[in-house]
Ligand binder design. Structure first.
Ligand code: FUB
Length: 316
């Protein structure tokens, strides 16, 4: 597919229309900036549904140097590569450490429940090789939507979870975690995540995205509040990597045409971007989503105002 066919010229600049990926249905965007390139990892909603539910077998990668011209790297990891998993190739995130790339992926185990798998590669665009066993396996359904970040002191954190936000301290090898500390449960308080409609009584639902900017830690996530039954995006901040968290506000309101949304945030070449998903491609539905992007700015104190969905993105 010609990934660049949706580029138009607007105000004398190249402009890519949303959804930015149009050849297949994609969701759960996870950007990673490496060198002068932004790599975007996504899930893949199959056209044909099984049991009228999420039908997702593989992970995809796209890359760009200017936000409008994108290279499609195709399938970079799939359930076929994970002998112990059989379904639900859900929201991933990738990170580089010491020249290797680690792709953290929720999957359904053959013996039941959700767990977090890790694929390893020498290249950002894969292919990735499974480490052979789950990294996080609590034998429950909470172990989804991993988000990974390496702090300035070298400590790596993997947050994840629905309905509870939990984390582990990753070891330097990035494929194991500090078992003495174990799996830590973040207190699900209204101060941290606002009062809301999800199972903990807070608005936090799923899809955490963890990062640090100008010394402040951010947790962006999909949230439920107000009885709409649709996810909006919200954020919380902390002065420490492990909290306590303070609720920051709504990042993006819910009307995306589908019940889920999923954030991926990054800075790239002096611009700040929020990736999200909607049902805006033709044939779009709850199980046929598509990845979009919007540029935004931080206020001087690090807070973020609610970001409106837009019809596309300017070239850098
Ligand atoms: O795409 C499957 C699941 O839906 C993800 O893991 C959640 O974040 C939601 O987007």
């Amino acid at each position: 597919m010609d990934q660049d066919k949706e580029i138009i010229v607007r105000d004398g600049k190249e402009f890519r229309t949303n959804p930015i990926i149009k050849g297949i249905y994609t969701a759960d965007p996870a950007p990673m900036v490496y060198g002068d390139t932004l790599y975007l990892y996504t899930t893949h909603d199959e056209d044909e549904l099984v049991n009228n539910f999420y039908t997702m077998y593989d992970w995809r990668c796209f890359s760009t140097k200017d936000m409008v011209h994108w290279t499609d790297h195709g399938k970079i990891f799939s359930l076929d590569d994970i002998s112990w998993a059989d379904d639900r190739a859900w929201a991933p995130q990738c990170i580089e450490r010491n020249g290797k790339f680690y792709l953290y992926c929720p999957v359904h185990r053959i013996d039941g429940g959700m767990s977090i798998a890790v694929g390893v590669s020498d290249k950002p665009e894969g292919p990735f090789t499974d480490i052979g066993h789950p990294l996080v396996n609590e034998d429950d359904w909470n172990d989804i939507d991993p988000t990974v970040f390496i702090d300035d002191d070298g400590q790596a954190y993997l947050y994840f979870g629905n309905p509870e936000l939990r984390y582990v301290l990753l070891n330097e090898d990035m494929i194991s975690y500090n078992e003495e500390v174990g799996i830590c449960k973040v207190p699900m308080t209204e101060e941290a995540f606002d009062k809301g409609d999800h199972m903990t009584g807070t608005s936090y639902a799923e899809g955490p995205w963890f990062y640090k900017r100008n010394g402040l830690y951010y947790m962006v996530y999909a949230a439920f509040k107000g009885g709409t039954g649709m996810e909006h995006l919200a954020y919380s901040t902390s002065k420490n990597a492990t909290g306590p968290w303070t609720y920051g506000g709504v990042l993006m309101t819910e009307e995306g045409g589908v019940f889920t949304n999923h954030p991926g945030v990054c800075d790239f070449k002096g611009h700040s971007y929020l990736f999200y998903h909607t049902g805006d491609l033709p044939g779009g539905s709850l199980f046929h989503r598509s990845v979009c992007v919007v540029e935004f700015t931080y206020k001087e104190d690090g807070s973020i105002e609610t970001i409106a969905k837009v019809d596309g993105i300017d070239a850098i």
